[in-house]
Write a protein that binds this ligand. Structure first.
Ligand SMILES: Cc1cc2nc3c(=O)[nH]c(=O)nc-3n(C[C@H](O)[C@H](O)[C@H](O)COP(=O)(O)OP(=O)(O)OC[C@H]3O[C@@H](n4cnc5c(N)ncnc54)[C@H](O)[C@@H]3O)c2cc1C
Length: 357
């Protein structure tokens, strides 16, 4: 069993930012990620199209500061022109202009560029991919972590950068399947179970085009629909629309209902909807992408899928003493006390925790 001083479990932005801090401090650490690549909910295509988060907002200075540190560029979301709206299946498509559209920022190369830049700040031998953790126990003040596919690691300080419900599942299954006593209190486990993972029941559709034809027609690419399958659509083109032009939308069909619908059926319905809203040119995308986050076993849980969408409210003060006593840090974005669920919340929370080291 190999020993490290700090072990981070979960390679989304929270785990990666903690790795950046530990690397800068010269600490001995390892980052373990269940999936084949780092990023967690952050996922972009090779063309920089975001399949997970897309935006950060002007007040979120922690994101801006991280981008500056990593030398990653940003640009403003395209909102010039009219939005389109369909109120019902038999309603005409109407156009309007949002004079007070909220400014939002996007990352050049997609949010995935932030993860790539973070990855470049620490050596690859400190990262273990395709390594889902199955078992966590503590003996004589040392954490012991088992991986599903074999292998064990131990550490003094454990950082869990996973969605709260995934942490609860992990510790509850240890309780049920083995005679080991769960190290977390029942109160903490049930509080973790109550925290929904933001956007984890969402699905997103992206259609790539040769040209941003909607812009030429005076449209912003924004669309709102009470018909669906997409309920909100936005321009997803890159900073340079000559290289990547796209529209993306959030699917309004609830996750439970999506499970019985064929993926291709949803894709076809999305393309048809774009045609109705933005005209015939929208019926011929050069490429499409569809991602259903509810199907990601390392992010989403049955509880997330069955509840109306809401932000987590983790009561950090209530469990501070227990976590300190255990040398355990909970650092996913849902643990943020400032902006739970958002990238900014994740970065701020990790920065705060790292400052206490
Ligand atoms: C469709 C969508 C749109 C969004 N839009 C925005 C937006 O525009 N702006 C914004 O600020 N936020 C947005 N968000 C939220 C944002 O993505 C999250 O706040 C942020 O990415 C969470 O990062 P994290 O590292 O805390 O958690 P995650 O990204 O969830 O990372 C957790 C990691 O833990 C790993 N893991 C889980 N279980 C195990 C295990 N047993 N062993 C090892 N590893 C494990 C997972 O594989 C994952 O990589 C959006 C999210 C989605 C899904």
């Amino acid at each position: 069993m190999s020993f490290v001083e700090h072990l981070i479990i979960g390679g989304g932005i929270s785990g990666c930012v903690m790795a950046l801090h530990l690397e800068k401090r010269g600490s001995d650490f390892k980052l373990i990620e269940a999936q084949a690549s780092l990023g967690g909910r952050i996922q972009s295509t090779d063309q920089g199209l975001d399949l997970g988060p897309t935006w950060y907002w002007p007040h979120q200075h922690s994101v801006k500061a991280l981008l500056e540190e990593l030398n990653v560029q940003s640009f403003n979301q395209y909102t010039q022109g009219d939005y389109v709206y369909q109120a019902g299946p038999n309603s005409p498509i109407t156009q309007g202009r949002d004079q007070q559209a909220m400014l939002s920022h996007r990352v050049v190369g997609g949010m995935g560029a932030v993860i790539t830049a973070l990855e470049n700040t620490f050596p690859t031998n400190k990262v273990l991919l395709n390594a889902p953790v199955s078992h966590i126990t503590k003996q004589d003040d040392v954490w012991q972590v088992k991986l599903i596919h074999g292998g064990e690691l131990s550490c003094n300080q454990l950082w869990l950068a996973m969605p709260p419900r995934k942490i609860a599942q992990l510790f509850s299954s240890i309780n049920n399947e083995t005679s080991d006593k769960c190290v977390l209190s029942e109160a903490l486990i049930s509080h973790l179970q109550a925290q929904q993972t933001w956007m984890s029941a969402q699905a997103k559709f992206v259609a790539e085009y040769k040209t941003p034809f909607w812009r030429d027609a005076g449209l912003s690419g924004q669309g709102f629909s009470r018909v669906g399958p997409m309920v909100e659509i936005n321009d997803a083109s890159g900073q340079n629309p000559e290289s990547t032009c796209a529209l993306f939308g959030f699917i309004g069909v609830p996750a439970v209902n999506r499970q019985s619908i064929d993926k291709q059926q949803i894709i076809n319905a999305c393309v048809t909807q774009l045609g109705k809203l933005f005209g015939e040119a929208a019926l011929s995308p050069i490429n499409t992408h569809y991602i259903d986050w509810a199907n990601n076993e390392f992010i989403s849980t049955t509880a997330d899928i069955n509840e109306p969408s809401q932000h987590a409210h983790f009561d950090e003060a209530r469990f501070k003493a227990e976590l300190n006593r255990l040398n355990l840090g909970l650092i996913g974005s849902e643990f943020s006390q400032t902006e739970p669920g958002y990238i900014a919340g994740a970065i701020e929370h990790v920065n705060e925790q790292a400052a206490c080291l």
